[in-house]
Design a binder for this molecule. Structure first.
Ligand SMILES: [Zn+2]
Length: 281
């Protein structure tokens, strides 16, 4: 299967950032579910099963912390039961984000919000344990989540939550036309990617060391999508993506910066390597 054409590598300077010394990130894995490789990337074999991670990432900043995605919640069984039968998959759960925060003695008043990369069930199930934390959404994703059949779990689990709607500025970031610099210091920047859902985002984080991360949600499900430049199989893309062409453009932009930052597709457990877990204080 032909890979996407290789984009021109990014040669301009990377966007400026002055992250505070306290900025840190943590990986909060909450479980996995099984998807066959044949369904995950073009050219994947049917017998090869992939364990899809469902994780959250805590971004700590002196002006307030954010959780990127929410992982599996305590109600994950009920959430999966709400899905159409053909997408239900065997899954294994670990500790929820809520449990991990409490085990670490984490003060939730530090949380500005939970920022889902998009509103699909496997990214928002854990909102059920984060009732007092606002959900950060952009207008596009709010509209998608309110009406799309794939927003069903979100609509249920977000009930009673405060929604904090953030907006984008017409400030290009690594080829994406719209971005939002959360703290104004370039350390945490949300870029509108669209494609998978209408309001899908990528969260770019720059650590004090200068190390950069791109949390790309479901732009691709596995890092193969970046390294081998392969897309989702046609049928799955048809089912899963709201705008395949926009998705392809976003994928191209991320392929162009591969090697300049650690790219983390939400469901690729290996791509979180090196990000520390949240330890008890
Ligand atoms: Zn997903």
């Amino acid at each position: 299967m032909a890979p996407l054409p290789a984009p021109v590598p990014w040669t301009q300077p990377l966007p400026e950032a002055s992250p505070p010394a306290e900025l840190a990130i943590h990986h909060l894995p909450t479980g996995t579910y099984v998807t066959r490789a044949a369904l995950a990337v073009k050219g994947g074999s049917f017998g090869d099963k992939r364990h899809f991670a469902s994780s959250a990432v805590l971004v700590r900043h002196p002006q307030g912390d954010l959780l990127i995605d929410a992982g599996f919640g305590a109600g994950v069984a009920a959430h999966i039961a709400m899905l159409p039968r053909f997408v239900r998959a065997p899954y294994e759960t670990g500790q929820t984000v809520s449990t991990q925060l409490d085990a670490a003695g984490y003060d939730r008043r530090r949380l500005l919000g939970v920022l889902p990369t998009h509103s699909h069930w496997d990214h928002v199930s854990g909102l059920d344990g984060l009732r007092d934390t606002p959900i950060w959404m952009n207008a596009n994703e709010r509209a998608y989540a309110a009406s799309d059949p794939d927003g069903k779990v979100f609509r249920s689990v977000s009930e009673g939550h405060e929604i904090h709607q953030y907006g984008f500025e017409a400030r290009p970031y690594l080829g994406f036309a719209s971005s939002y610099d959360v703290h104004g210091d370039g350390s945490v920047v949300i870029a509108l990617a669209g494609g998978h859902t209408t309001g899908s985002v990528i969260v770019f984080v720059v650590l004090p060391s200068g190390r950069r991360y791109a949390f790309i949600g479901d732009l691709t499900w596995q890092i193969d999508g970046i390294r081998r430049r392969v897309e989702r199989p046609w049928l799955l893309s048809k089912l899963a993506d709201s705008d395949p062409e926009q998705l392809r453009q976003g994928l191209g932009r991320m392929i162009a910066v591969d090697g300049l930052m650690q790219i983390v597709p939400a469901h690729d457990l290996g791509s979180y390597e090196g990000i520390p877990l949240l330890q008890p204080v």
